[in-house]
Ligand binder design. Structure first.
Ligand SMILES: [Mg+2]
Length: 466
């Protein structure tokens, strides 16, 4: 498998996304899935090719409007002491994603690679939204007049899903649409993307990885099924780290009892070959319920019911910024204070950016939330269990006050977690603002209460009615 496959893209996001908490909360708030599987859907998945490196390239590219993408120099993106991502020319020189920075810096000395700092995500986020808006513009310009509805959402910094069932059912070919979309995005933004098409989000995403860079592909269920069977379990959408570990344990127990010498590399086929009863989490940690097992087995057969939720006007509950650290590198409170000050500045920038794009009523900050993570020595401890949060009422958009409040929360967290704010060893700090309910959301809630109150009053005291 080449290094630009599914997994590496996910790793890239995991490390690089400061606003990953936003994604996580979006996932947690996924509404109930439709009960009937819809075989006639068509989904497009847009994935920007080497997004971060491309974004840096485009900022300083002066080759003007070209019909085809211009060749790029080798670019590596640095965060702290590692290369978090790089483009294809850099990979050709041996630079790897998530590797130490030294080799890349040596190549830079020889004039072969350009190393850019990618710690501040402001400009990346701006590009990410520009591309998203361009995707929406394509459908509005091309089909808006014919009244064909589409639903589009951002599913990461550089990924977008679009439900184009209406358009395809009206006679436009899915692959034709994917090709047109990627050319449109390039002509308007200079970004090359790979656009996959398929009957659901999972398969469309697989399709987008087929013809990278700047290609399109349609992944049918027939073609996807045998390939999914051979994929590692972690490729199943929505399978978090903790649930994955429970699933592996259960499969191992059912198929390879202790004493078997076989150290199995578990793939999707193993999941489908294990009975649902054997897979349900018998330690009752709540990580793998029967419904979950059935859902993941369905995914294993290439069926994915997740809807594309149009997020043009979606209210966010919180907005956050985070920074991860290699274990053992952040152990004194002075460097923590410095990191918190940097993150405070970035959070305020994020809030200003979001507010300028926000289409509803002005938003009001409710709480400041600080989260720290401490992944155990074995690197195995459950993701959610190792995250600890504390919050205070939002101190306002003054950087010094924000830094002060966040540092105080950090001290409290460190004390309750380590018994002291002097000794700690954390791998992540996240600063987030929790938004108060918007006017619209409040009105909606009030409306429901008013109606409920009306019925209660009317039925509990019928004598007064006349
Ligand atoms: Mg990408």
């Amino acid at each position: 498998m080449s290094s630009d496959g599914n997994s590496s893209d996910e790793e890239e996001q995991e490390i690089l996304l400061s606003d990953i908490s936003e994604l996580r909360s979006a996932r947690q708030h996924t509404p109930a899935l439709p009960t009937v599987y819809q075989p006639t859907r068509t989904i497009l998945h847009v994935d920007v090719d080497c997004f971060y490196a491309q974004s840096i390239f485009i900022r300083c590219d002066d080759s003007g409007d070209t019909a085809e993408p211009p060749p790029q120099p080798a670019i590596a993106v640095q965060q702290k002491h590692i290369v978090v991502t790089c483009n294809y020319p850099a990979r050709a020189l041996g630079v790897g994603k998530l590797t130490g920075i030294k080799a890349a810096l040596r190549l830079q000395e020889q004039g072969l690679v350009k190393v850019h700092d990618g710690s501040d995500l402001t400009e990346f986020r701006a590009d990410s939204y520009t591309i998203y808006e361009t995707v929406r513009q394509f459908f509005n310009e091309r089909f808006g007049k014919r009244g064909l509805l589409f639903k589009a959402c951002k599913s990461g910094m550089d990924e977008y899903n679009i439900d184009v069932s209406n358009t395809v059912n009206s006679g436009v070919g899915a692959l034709e649409l994917a090709n047109e979309l990627r050319k449109f995005v390039f002509s308007r933004t200079r970004f090359t993307t790979s656009v996959g098409a398929g009957p659901n989000i999972f398969l469309a995403k697989m399709a987008a990885n087929e013809k990278k860079p700047y290609g399109s592909f349609y992944m049918s269920l027939e073609e996807a099924r045998p390939r999914i069977l051979e994929m590692p379990l972690r490729s199943l959408p929505g399978l978090g780290r903790a649930s994955l570990n429970v699933m592996k344990e259960q499969i191992q127990k059912a198929n390879f009892p202790p004493g078997t010498s076989e150290e199995a590399k578990l793939i999707v086929k193993h999941l489908l070959n294990t009975s649902t009863d054997a897979l349900c989490d018998d330690q009752d940690t709540g990580l793998l319920s029967r419904a979950d097992v059935e859902k993941f087995k369905e995914m294993g057969r290439g069926l994915d019911r997740r809807p594309v939720e149009d997020d043009e006007f979606k209210d966010k509950k919180r907005s956050g910024i985070e920074q991860s650290f290699i274990r053992g590198t952040l152990t004194d409170s002075k460097s923590v204070k410095a990191e918190i000050s940097t993150l405070s500045g970035r959070l305020l920038k994020l809030i200003a950016e979001e507010n300028s794009r926000f289409k509803g009523d002005a938003r009001v900050g409710k709480n400041l939330v600080v989260t720290i993570r401490d992944r155990g020595e074995d690197g195995k401890s459950s993701y959610s269990a190792s995250r600890k949060s504390k919050s205070v009422p939002w101190p306002g958009c003054n950087r010094d006050q924000l830094t002060l409040a966040a540092s105080r929360l950090f001290e409290l967290l460190a004390k309750s977690h380590y018994g002291s704010d002097k000794e700690f060893n954390i791998t992540l700090i996240n600063l987030a603002i929790e938004w108060a309910d918007s006017g619209a959301a409040k009105a909606k809630k009030r409306g429901i209460q008013d109606i409920a109150g009306f019925f209660t009053a009317a039925s509990s005291n019928p004598a007064k009615k006349i």
